[in-house]
Design a protein around this ligand. Structure first.
Ligand SMILES: [Zn+2]
Ligand SMILES: [Zn+2]
Length: 252
């Protein structure tokens, strides 16, 4: 299962790994991995890093937007292979360790069942399962961060709390580049219907749909020109425009 790497800006690369995206930030000699794909994504992570002419030894940090298995993915394996720390939002850490109520991917099943009449939704479940979604590799060590922190890792991402999709979900901002990694707080692909364009993920996948809608407000005013979601193509333009369209589409 291959993945495709695209440069978004100098030093910012998107890796489309099946239906999920994760990102690489290059800054000087170091690399930051933003999310880590699927539980079985390590070969793709390694290949993407080597494709940039880098070595896995250059990975200085792995930073997570949230603890779902399509983002937590190969983080534990990447930590073991590279020696880099995994950074996660303090309230999200129990989920990344498999200890939180709701951490198990099986908790998503009741919400997904009514969608499975759609071939595209069944396709997502099969796609995710083949990549290890149902058997997450939990973290054994994480370095906590808090909302508002600027992380002292390559790219110096700033943490903006965007709870709702999961309780401790965050987005990460590269202020100098005007780039926002939105995780699953904002998407341009509905993984269950395959509809594209600015939107929220379907409520079946959001822990707290009302809070997910409210968190769009935290993205709306950011001074940025590119939103990089966990699912779907990059959005080019001001966050306010993306958020307005997501509200229309998602009925909020
Ligand atoms: Zn998610
Ligand atoms: Zn996701």
């Amino acid at each position: 299962m291959t993945a495709t790497t695209t440069q978004i800006e100098p030093g910012v690369h998107r890796v489309a790994d099946g239906l999920v995206n994760w990102y690489l930030i290059e800054d000087g000699d170091g690399l930051t991995l933003v999310d880590a794909g699927w539980p079985r994504s390590w070969p793709n992570v390694k290949q993407a890093i080597e494709g940039l002419g880098r070595s896995t030894r250059d990975v200085a940090a792995i930073v997570l937007t949230h603890g779902h298995p399509d983002h937590l993915g190969a983080a534990e394996k990447a930590r073991q292979e590279t020696g880099a720390n995994v950074y996660a939002h303090r309230p999200e850490i129990p989920r990344t360790e498999g200890k939180a109520k709701g951490a198990s991917p099986f908790t998503l099943v009741p919400g997904l069942l009514p969608t499975l009449w759609r071939p595209s939704a069944t396709g997502f479940v099969l796609h995710a399962t083949a990549r290890g979604f149902m058997t997450p590799k939990w973290l054994t060590q994480a370095v906590p961060f808090d909302a508002g922190d600027t992380l002292d890792v390559p790219g110096r991402p700033r943490v903006v709390a965007t709870p709702g999709h999961t309780q401790g979900h965050v987005s990460l901002v590269l202020d100098e580049k005007g780039v926002v990694f939105t995780g699953d707080a904002f998407a341009t692909l509905d993984v269950l219907t395959r509809e594209t364009g600015p939107r929220l993920l379907p409520d079946a996948l959001n822990d707290d749909p009302a809070a997910t809608r409210e968190s769009l407000g935290a993205l709306e005013g950011l001074d940025a020109g590119t939103l990089l979601p966990g699912h779907g193509q990059p959005y080019r333009g001001a966050p306010s425009g993306a958020v307005a369209r997501a509200r229309e589409v998602s009925g909020s």
